[in-house]
Write a protein that binds this ligand. Structure first.
Ligand SMILES: Nc1ncnc2c1ncn2[C@@H]1O[C@H](COP(=O)(O)OP(=O)(O)OP(=O)(O)O)[C@@H](O)[C@H]1O
Ligand SMILES: [Mg+2]
Length: 257
């Protein structure tokens, strides 16, 4: 009986010794988990702030594009209206009623053309937030503008594509980040930008022949790539990033058309 008691006490003694250690370890692991979660939240919050900043910058780009479209598409027909009105006024002052009769239809035509151009522009702006010409034209303009800022040769093959306004905008924003990354990080000689239309989807590819990197490696406080992925997913598409040190980098986005 004594031996049995000793055995029991021994087991309880062992338990009494181990329990606090196990509990402390559990508490430590729980607090580590909490710490990890709060760090992940902070990281996420920084990503959201960064996204908001980026959207603000993109909006100002968008405004510049709208201004350019208004300038190119609308100003000229309006100018013609004003010109014809002045011609008519001169006809009236000079008492040239016959010429007036001829010039009046030209004024009406110019006014109708101006109103058609404005209607078209409104339609385009409603259809796509990236400008009247849609994704293809916006991409071409972007490649042209970026080429002027870098010694890297930018090659482009940009087809006309059919995509929803949201997908066009996402593709445009992703292209901007991917080309920007290639220019800033890759030390490449060439960057290729391709936009092609398949039977049921649209493919955007941005490739470079630069230094490449390991995409699996985490880059804390760098948000471009996670934001690209989020944008592709939010528009219902897929983004693939293929890179390795010394092998260049290729970003591919596929979206259903
Ligand atoms: N085309 C590329 N060639 C080589 N390295 C690249 C390329 N694209 C991305 N990287 C590497 O991946 C990292 C993360 O890119 P990411 O776009 O997420 O952040 P970032 O460009 O450094 O900063 P930002 O948050 O302003 O975009 C870069 O810092 C760079 O080291
Ligand atoms: Mg970046």
């Amino acid at each position: 009986m004594l031996a049995a008691l000793y055995h029991q006490v021994h087991v309880w003694a062992l338990f009494a010794f181990l329990a606090p250690t196990l509990l402390t370890r559990q508490a430590l692991s729980r607090s580590q988990k909490l710490l990890d979660t709060s760090q992940a939240y902070a990281e996420r919050e920084r990503a959201v702030i960064r996204l908001v900043e980026q959207i603000r910058e993109e909006r100002s780009d968008e405004r510049r594009m709208i201004a350019a479209d208004l300038h190119d598409e609308i100003l000229q027909p309006i100018f013609k209206v004003s010109l014809m009105a002045q011609v008519l006024k001169a006809d009236l002052v000079g008492g040239r009623l016959l010429e007036m009769d001829e010039d009046l239809p030209a004024l009406v035509d110019a006014a109708e053309l101006a109103s058609k151009k404005i209607r078209d522009l409104i339609g385009d702006l409603r259809a796509s937030a990236i400008g009247a010409g849609g994704l293809s034209e916006a991409l071409r303009k972007m490649v042209q503008a970026m080429s002027a800022q870098t010694p890297i040769v930018l090659h482009s093959e940009i087809a006309e594509v059919q995509l929803s306004a949201a997908s066009q905008l996402a593709m445009y924003q992703i292209a901007k980040e991917a080309i920007g990354n290639a220019i800033v990080h890759s030390s490449a000689k060439n960057v290729w930008v391709r936009l092609t239309a398949g039977p049921s989807d649209v493919l955007l590819q941005i490739g470079d022949d630069g230094r490449g990197f390991d995409p699996v490696e985490e880059s804390p406080h760098h948000y471009g790539i996670p934001i690209m992925r989020e944008r592709a997913a939010a528009a219902g598409g897929h983004l693939f990033l293929d890179s390795a040190p010394g092998k260049g980098c290729e970003v591919t986005v596929v979206m259903a058309s």
